[in-house]
Design a protein around this ligand. Structure first.
Ligand code: GMT
Length: 380
């Protein structure tokens, strides 16, 4: 099939998921057309089935806010018509679902054809930004106008029905991970540089927004450091980074922390690490934690949102209430000091990640696509 994928190209989980999905679909022989304002960060392969269409947003002195949604919808129209797309799959509702609606109407008027739109809901498009009064009517409308709606966890599905008047079914297709990419031998020299004396390595990766509660990562690490030598890797960047570095200095743990900034080869970092920290206020799913599990990290997270759907208490890691730094620290200290228990839990985390392997999940998206396959192409 010829599939258009619309997503945010940055380091956020929805863009990562959409790009990995597109790559997997291309490997399976589909033609995949990415439509974004920048090359997606994980689109780092050459595949003759993958195309990238950049959305250009011309500026004009009158525009304090250049109209991205219009530029996106116009690019969608161009790609749908000139590449003869079979369907559009948009990731993150704002503004992708409403731009897709607009593009669909234009294509319909021009050609009489109704292009199917699949909307995948990812997280704050529903739980934070989307439900804000300034966006809600358009978000509700455009989700309802989608031909199929998916959510990345049961929790997000429930949140969507709770916050919006959605009149169509929402299918849960969980996020996935390409386990083979994360199941690799650590580079010993790398671990040696980070933890020269065999210290345990804790890691956090996010876009450092408030919802991630990055300060709690530092607080937990500071408690761990009171009990044992350890190192912390902070991967990513965002609005909270400065304050977080400040806190690390205040707590006197900066020497044991490396702020690595945005990193493309996250698997190289995760495979040398032992424990992934995700103390978020909310996660619809927590894709970063799943990737860490595939690299044999145990996870200490909050029990917010969809996190209990991937982190199994006492098996793959541990969960605590949002802000309960004491509980998270206690568990980290206890498991890091128990070599056998840690190894068993790492193996359990890896085994659990296997159930979310890309090979199990991508067919669910393909099944949805097939429902909309054109008669002349699928003969059905
Ligand atoms: O809303 C966000 O935080 C951004 C969003 C994204 O685009 O990266 O993240 C969400 O989608 C990810 C992929 O489905 C999920 O793994 C994250 O849990 C989710 N973030 C939140 O719900 C805060």
């Amino acid at each position: 099939m010829r599939i258009g994928i619309v997503c945010y190209p940055t380091f956020g989980g929805s863009g990562v998921l959409a790009t990995e999905l597109g790559k997997a679909l291309a490997d399976k022989g589909h033609s995949v057309h990415f439509i974004t304002y920048q090359q997606p960060v994980r689109l780092n392969v050459f595949n003759t089935n993958i195309y990238y269409h950049e959305v250009r947003v011309p500026t004009y002195p009158l525009f304090d806010y250049p109209p991205y949604e219009i530029a996106l919808a116009s690019t969608m129209v161009d790609v749908i018509m000139n590449q003869d797309l079979d369907l559009l799959h948009v990731h993150y509702a704002i503004p992708h679902a409403s731009a897709a609606y607009m593009a669909k109407q234009i294509v319909k008027q021009k050609t009489g054809r109704s292009i199917p739109v699949i909307t995948t809901l990812h997280g704050t498009d529903i739980t934070l930004v989307g439900k804000d009064k300034t966006y809600e009517p358009v978000v509700t409308f455009s989700i309802n106008e989608s031909d199929a709606i998916t959510a990345v966890s049961e929790n997000l599905r429930e949140e969507t029905f709770k916050n919006f008047a959605i009149v169509k079914p929402i299918e849960v297709i969980t996020n996935f991970v390409d386990v083979s990419r994360f199941n690799k031998k650590p580079i010993d020299a790398f671990r040696q540089v980070i933890a020269p004396n065999g210290e345990k390595i804790l890691v956090h990766a996010s876009n450092f927004r408030k919802v991630k509660r990055v300060n709690d990562v530092i607080k937990v690490f500071s408690e761990v450091r009171k009990h044992m030598p350890a190192k912390l890797l902070m991967v990513g960047d965002g609005p909270e980074r400065f304050a977080t570095e400040e806190l690390a200095r205040e707590l006197g743990v900066m020497e044991d922390i490396r702020f690595l900034g945005k990193q493309e080869q996250i698997e190289e970092i995760l495979v040398v690490s032992d424990l992934f920290l995700l103390p978020s206020e909310y996660e619809s799913f927590g894709l970063a934690a799943l990737e860490a599990m595939a690299a044999r990290n145990i996870v200490i997270s909050t029990n917010a949102g969809g996190l209990p759907e991937i982190n199994i208490q006492g098996v793959t890691g541990f969960m605590a209430n949002v802000g309960d730094v004491a509980a998270m620290s206690e568990f980290a200290v206890s498991i890091l000091g128990n070599e056998d228990g840690l190894e068993k839990m790492k193996e359990a985390a890896y085994n659990h990640a296997l159930s979310f392997d890309i090979s199990n999940i991508v067919p669910h998206y393909e099944a949805i696509y097939k429902r909309f396959c054109r008669m002349e192409l699928c003969g059905g």
